[in-house]
Design a protein around this ligand. Structure first.
Ligand SMILES: Cc1cc2nc3c(=O)[nH]c(=O)nc-3n(C[C@H](O)[C@H](O)[C@H](O)COP(=O)(O)O)c2cc1C
Length: 234
């Protein structure tokens, strides 16, 4: 017979692997709001993320209800007017070689999932604009961050926080999607939420209950094998 502790460990590993493999970026949510208790529980998990020198550089805002509506209207308006106010540059033309290939593959899978043809510019914009209605999510989390030097390390910390938040959502039966698209309007978002300009924004996370029937949830992105990105030394 296996010792109890080993069984518990195996069960824990099994659950962890299940959570990890069922997390996926959700692009279609139900209206159903998430209870305050559950949101707090996810936030308690997310704050366990590691950070450089334990600086815990996340200043998280959760937006719901009327404020979310106001934010969505502002983002759609600013996006249509192409009034971008990002804190950090982002240019997909900078992707090269296999990174570019993976980006193209995501693009194709994504638009195929929404049944929009490559040449259908309007259809593609409609799908892309779903970012600004948060794919119908009832909540958005924005982990604002202080600015330190070139911000690379603090950006890494925010990434760790984001992934911990996303995995906790999955473990709670919820779904989420990190969105750089929201970061294109960091200035507008700060204004609406009354956040000081010292705090910067990389991405937001829309979250809630996944709508299993949404075309935005009809595809799953794969990953390349370890042989393409891991080198062992000894
Ligand atoms: C920091 C970050 C920002 C992202 N921004 C967006 C976004 O603005 N819009 C979007 O549809 N997906 C966005 N994604 C989701 C990625 O496309 C997705 O993670 C990737 O294709 C892998 O798919 P998966 O998350 O379902 O495994 C973002 C992901 C990350 C990590």
């Amino acid at each position: 017979m296996e010792p109890e502790i080993l069984k518990q460990t195996q069960q824990g590993l099994y659950i962890f692997k299940e959570v990890l493999r069922s997390r996926t970026s959700c692009r279609g949510f139900l209206d159903t709001p998430v209870s305050e208790n559950t949101i707090t529980s996810v936030l308690e998990d997310a704050k366990l993320a590691p950070s450089n020198c334990n600086t815990q550089p996340w200043e998280t805002h959760i937006i719901s209800g009327n404020k979310l509506k106001e934010l969505s209207e502002a983002l759609l308006r600013e996006n249509n007017a192409e009034r971008f106010t990002p804190d950090f540059s982002f240019d997909t033309n900078e992707y090269h070689d296999r990174y570019k290939e993976r980006y193209f593959n995501l693009s194709k899978t994504h638009y195929d999932g929404f049944r929009v043809k490559r040449e259908d510019k309007e259809g593609r914009k409609e799908v892309s604009d779903l970012n600004y209605t948060f794919f119908n999510a009832p909540h958005v989390a924005i982990p604002f961050m202080p600015s330190f030097g070139d911000n690379v390390r603090v950006g890494g910390d925010i990434g760790m926080y984001g992934q911990t938040f996303l995995l906790s959502l999955t473990a709670h039966g919820l779904a989420g999607i990190p969105q750089t698209a929201l970061g294109f309007f960091a200035g507008t978002i700060r204004e609406i939420l009354n956040v000081p300009s010292e705090l910067k924004m990389l991405f937001g996370i829309s979250f809630g209950y996944a709508d299993p029937n949404s075309p935005g949830n009809s595809f799953k992105l794969g990953r390349d094998p370890l042989s393409s990105n891991v080198t062992f030394h000894q």
